[in-house]
Design a binder for this molecule. Sequence first.
Ligand SMILES: Cc1cc2nc3c(=O)[nH]c(=O)nc-3n(C[C@H](O)[C@H](O)[C@H](O)COP(=O)(O)OP(=O)(O)OC[C@H]3O[C@@H](n4cnc5c(N)ncnc54)[C@H](O)[C@@H]3O)c2cc1C
Length: 400
Amino acid sequence: MEVFIIGGGASGLVSGIIAARNGANVTILEKNSKCGRKLLLTGAGRSNFWNSKMDIDCYYSSNKEIFKEIFNSKKDFVLDFFKSLGLVYKVNNGYYYPFSNQSTSILNVLLNELQVLNVKIKTSEYVLKIEKKDKFYIYTNNNRYTADKVILAMGSKASIKEADSNIYDLVTSLGHTVNKVLPSLVKLKGEGNFYKDIKGVRSEVILSLYVDKEFKKEEYGEVLFTEDGISGICTFNLSGIVSRSLNKKMESEIAINFVPWFKGDNHELKEFIKDLYTKQKHTIEGILEGFLNYKIVNLLLKLTKLDKEKNLDNEKLDKLVRLLRDFRIKIIGTNGLLEAQVATGGVPLEEINPKTMSSLKTKGLYLVGEILDVDGICGGYNLGFAWLTGLIAGESVKND
Ligand SMILES: Cc1cc2nc3c(=O)[nH]c(=O)nc-3n(C[C@H](O)[C@H](O)[C@H](O)COP(=O)(O)OP(=O)(O)OC[C@H]3O[C@@H](n4cnc5c(N)ncnc54)[C@H](O)[C@@H]3O)c2cc1C
């Protein structure tokens, strides 16, 4: 049986190994001159490829029930699979990395195994058209191929130039639909013109997301201020919800709590500041610098107008406490798909069989990885989904 895999990324390489281990003749067609371009970028070149807390709630999908079925069927096999390839890994705070700290380790163990299994890897082969008749006819920029089964492992439009991609045209030409594709794990742009004053500052905070005034989700961690908004892992982890909400013309607001260490209420926070001010004769600036970056301090003093005053005005102190606890940013956009790590949206899970990853629209076709409407938060979840779906499709393609 001739199995062709379109895309030599995370999910394509894994499905190729499993299909070949099960006796299929496998060919991988990759448009780039090398496989695994995105895989090499992951985890800032270290590849955070899995997480010890693989939880369904760490993912968004338009259909949680079907997602659950996919997720639970092969979750316990992923680490054994990588061990079988000789990958040595380590775990930092639940995040899995190759022991070498280099994503090349993951790519190389996959490529080595593919070579041992005699899988043909054809690079610089841009698949332009796929026709399904008695068999599949695959047209690339160079060749025409014939296949019994095809696995689509083309990823998403995140982090690639728009003109560089025909992923969704190919999949719709084979009878599928595509849920609106939007950026996720991406920087957010905020309203206001104060960002230049605090650009580059990192601060440990709680971010709370409100959509149309309703609380949606909160994240604890480091926020990084950019020239026009916010970045960092906790921002990324809220960005998918923001993208989808903005797309529906809903209003997104993020509240920053700059004092996550303070467990009392606003009144107690006010008393804490007042106490240092009146009893210990500290300046407001000095008090704030005890726990905040000086650029944030300057911004807060400017916004409360406490920078110009010697005396502590009660109303201004109330405002300061509010800003420390609930600094609101209206989100007006994201940095877009090109800068996003993943896409939210894609082929709806209702169009595949979760037991096999086979298409319910075209017989003999399989879909794996990010092309599907599933996206995870930071922490190895997106590669995790690529491995899981690659394992399922690779196993079923020969027998299905
Ligand atoms: C900067 C960055 C950092 C990231 N860090 C992490 C991380 O630490 N942990 C994590 O879990 N996830 C991370 N991700 C997300 C992760 O990389 C993806 O979710 C994952 O690679 C998706 O795997 P995939 O196989 O679906 O797609 P991809 O890995 O994107 O592979 C798709 C392949 O198909 C090829 N292709 C597309 N169209 C065609 C065509 N027409 N013909 C031939 N070939 C085609 C592409 O060139 C590509 O090689 C990161 C992403 C980015 C951009």
